[in-house]
Design a protein around this ligand. Structure first.
Ligand SMILES: Nc1ncnc2c1ncn2[C@@H]1O[C@H](COP(=O)(O)OP(=O)(O)O)[C@@H](O)[C@H]1O
Ligand SMILES: [Mg+2]
Length: 359
């Protein structure tokens, strides 16, 4: 077992800077998720831990040992990629054994490790099959199994579920989380999927343009997004963001006015430009507001009933908003509705810096 540390790590390709001054500590036993849009540098960060990319500056340590100059094979890591890259002519067992043979692990130890990994992944009955005779999910398990048998200090996952259909992805993410808890192996998991990040991570690091925007537990980040980018990236449907000007303890947007949360009022002044963020679940049915509430009048564009709730897309003046209604009280397309805003749960950001206003 081991922790992983990035200290002032940078990665440049010639004049192009991909990662700037990355500082991150992944605790021993932790499942850390790096999440962000495509191209933000997640894979690059992971590949630097693995030693598949050199760092341009700074230090990466595994278990307190600087690994910058260690070859990938000496770093005691195992990586699972999006493409499983199983050897097609080998059986599942041979695929699992292959890396161990290369490392000179003795026969008895190898058999023990393969049996244990196959058992924990539920693929024991498949050991003599070839990859072509497996389903996508089974292949994925074999790819994870290949990492497990290595018994590494750290697991690295790079979008390992991207090739699976939606249902299988949900199932496999739970399996990987359970497995990680069982084995307790420190893991860094990369994904562009914020739901995957939220559901799997002990902590998540939200990245954009090679920089960590926010680090915290999923619920910390969800409850207190530190800037507009994180606010909109984490959460589905995404948070509504409306720009406006402070006028007498309220935010006046182009289309409506909503009271500012009490906690914010002392730190703003009239005329100041702010962005208010309202999560869809804090907008909609009257029954949902806990403290102070306000009303936004809107016209319904689309209703998406998904069973336990209905997602309502509505337009208020020039603002397009998403709200959540109880399925039985959901409005109809074209209906004029009064949506309730839970004022205290509104997130407030400075319009110029896009940073969250404290508290
Ligand atoms: N060999 C390279 N030369 C130049 N730019 C690269 C190279 N490899 C990756 N990049 C750039 O680095 C950025 C981050 O890439 P990557 O880490 O793969 O992003 P992510 O995994 O978050 O989608 C991208 O803009 C990509 O174009
Ligand atoms: Mg990537």
């Amino acid at each position: 077992m081991a922790d992983v540390t990035f200290e002032q790590v940078a990665k440049r390709y010639g004049a192009v800077s991909v990662i700037e001054n990355l500082n991150l500590h992944v605790d021993d036993h932790e499942l850390m998720v790096l999440v962000g849009p495509s191209g933000c540098g997640k894979s690059t960060a992971l590949r630097m831990i693995a030693g598949l990319e050199e760092v341009s500056a700074g230090k990466i340590s595994i278990g307190g040992r600087a690994v910058n100059n260690l070859a990938p094979k000496d770093r005691d890591i195992a990586m699972v990629f999006q493409s499983y890259a199983l050897y097609p002519h080998m059986s599942v067992r041979e695929n699992l054994e292959f890396g161990l043979k290369m490392r000179g692990v003795d026969r008895a130890d190898m058999q023990r490790r393969v049996a244990a990994a196959a058992d924990i992944l539920g693929i024991s009955p498949l050991l003599e099959r070839k990859p072509k005779d497996l389903s996508g999910g089974q292949r994925q398990r074999v790819a994870v199994g290949r990492a497990i048998v290595r018994e590494p200090a750290v697991f690295l996952f790079d979008e390992p579920l991207s090739n699976l259909d939606a249902k299988l992805r949900v199932q496999m993410r739970a399996e990987i989380t359970r497995l990680q808890h069982t084995l307790g192996t420190t893991s860094v998991y990369v994904t562009h999927d914020q739901v995957e990040a939220m559901t799997m991570g002990d902590r998540i690091a939200v990245m954009r343009d090679g920089k960590i925007q926010q680090l915290g537990t999923p619920l910390e980040v969800y409850a207190n997004p530190s800037n507009v980018f994180v606010a909109q990236f984490i959460g589905t449907p995404p948070m509504n963001l409306v720009r406006g000007t402070v006028a007498d303890a309220a935010l006046r947007t182009s289309s409506f006015s909503i009271p500012l949360p009490q906690r914010i009022r002392p730190s703003v002044k009239n005329g100041q430009e702010l962005i208010a963020g309202i999560r869809p679940e804090n907008l909609g049915d009257r029954s949902k507001a806990r403290g102070e509430s306000a009303t936004i009048n809107a016209t319904v564009d689309i209703v998406e009933p998904i069973g336990h709730e209905s997602i309502v897309y509505a337009t208020a003046g020039t603002e397009h908003l998403v709200a959540i209604f109880e399925p039985h009280s959901a409005p109809k397309i074209g209906e004029a509705i009064a949506m309730t805003v839970d004022v205290d749960s509104t997130h407030i950001f400075d319009a110029a810096t896009e940073q969250r206003m404290v508290p």
